[in-house]
Design a protein around this ligand. Sequence first.
Ligand code: HEC
Ligand code: HEC
Ligand code: HEC
Length: 207
Amino acid sequence: MPRRIISKARRLVAGRKAVVVLLAGFVLGMVGLAIGGTTLVYTSSENFCSTSCHEMTTNVAMEYKGTVHDKNRTGVRATCPDCHVPHAPIPLYIRKMGAVNDLWGHLVTHSIDTREKFLAKRQMLAERVWTYMKGNDSRECRGCHNAANMDPERQSEKAQVRHAKAKREKMTCIDCHFAIAHEEPQGGVGPQELEVDKSLISRGAIF
Ligand code: HEC
Ligand code: HEC
Ligand code: HEC
């Protein structure tokens, strides 16, 4: 059987048909790449994240409106993907594969399709984000906030004191700055109480 397939393939590769097969493969590959790339870009837009399903629109997206990352003095914003979609390629692909779970919840299990169901799951969902952010040392926040470039002189006294403490006690941004884009979940632990394997966090020159 394999031999027959091989000889068939040989015949196909020889002669003029080979050019057609190669060209067809190339065109299909390009179409695939274009579809993949467009999907990746589109599903990483603020528009997609905040308006394409009511689970987000009626909960987290509504709460985000008017927060400091949405509207501020300078008009520089952080939108959903800035905080939730990794920028480096490998973590980005891993996150995108995880989105299959979101799609399953939306289409099949309807896991958070009412406000009540969402609130019941909120602590768990928040803990997932906090654990992720603690695990990568608030990488997405640091994509914009470079701790080494923060000028303590220009920060409030409270911020200066706490940031010095953060440096001493090896804390990460999300330990203190949680619930900055959405309402705080009620009745569970906060990020500081969450146990995360700290040895995984590289703290190099933070703060
Ligand atoms: C896309 C860039 C970007 C990302 C990502 C981002 N921020 Fe910000 N953040 C800003 C900008 C811009 C401001 C300042 C807005 C202003 O006041 O002009 C800001 C303001 C802040 C402030 C000051 C709030 C205040 O009331 O003055 C804190 C605290 C903060 N961010 C924490 C975080 C944390 C924690 C994360 C990660 C979960 C994060 N940011 C992610 C851009 C970003
Ligand atoms: C130990 C807790 C703690 C940690 C960890 C921490 N912060 Fe803060 N941060 C504070 C407090 C408290 C303030 C002051 C808030 C206020 O004045 O209401 C502050 C203020 C800020 C502000 C506003 C500064 C100003 O004066 O306008 C920014 C921006 C900020 N933090 C970013 C970060 C980033 C980025 C990280 C991680 C690299 C981080 N913080 C880690 C506690 C913390
Ligand atoms: C400045 C960073 C930031 C932005 C912008 C942001 N988020 Fe979040 N998001 C977080 C953090 C941090 C958490 C973890 C819970 C918390 O601290 O509020 C979270 C939690 C969530 C959760 C889990 C439920 C919950 O409330 O804990 C969902 C879903 C979510 N975000 C979706 C979105 C969507 C959709 C947008 C855009 C409309 C968005 N986020 C914008 C930082 C952000």
